[in-house]
Design a protein around this ligand. Sequence first.
Ligand code: FMN
Length: 140
Amino acid sequence: MLVRLVYASRASRELSPQDLQDILRRSRDHNPAEGITGLLWYNDGVFIQVLEGGRDPVNARYKRIVMDNRHDAPILLTYQEISERRYAGWSMGQVNLHRLNPGLLLKYGETQKLDPYRMSGAMLTALFDELVSSGAIECA
Ligand SMILES: Cc1cc2nc3c(=O)[nH]c(=O)nc-3n(C[C@H](O)[C@H](O)[C@H](O)COP(=O)(O)O)c2cc1C
């Protein structure tokens, strides 16, 4: 059975591009063997991550991720059973903020600064779908 989990969190310290690359490298090493796919957003000290895959591997990986001391204040935004994956092409795709149309953030948020703590999981999923269709995801 497949599930999709979306959460947001705050970086516990200022992360360098190298820190972010380390997280992505670790994700891309682990996730394929566990059948996990998804996307990671990081900007202004805030993470948003979508994890898709089998219920047991997604639950187990999420438990490990939330214990990671590089971030805190995790908020679970969506947890649902799904009939198909949306992000099957990415072991962990990274949202490329340079390719982001700023108007897209206003479409879903109160301001141009994305605040997942004030958004529903459904809105974030819709935003992520638009990011995919506008080519704003870096492959891996
Ligand atoms: C925001 C964030 C997202 C992460 N995403 C993943 C992920 O998708 N897959 C993964 O294996 N580790 C991810 N990690 C790293 C995990 O927290 C943790 O280091 C890793 O799962 C350790 O796995 P292990 O104990 O099985 O070696 C992420 C860490 C952070 C801070």
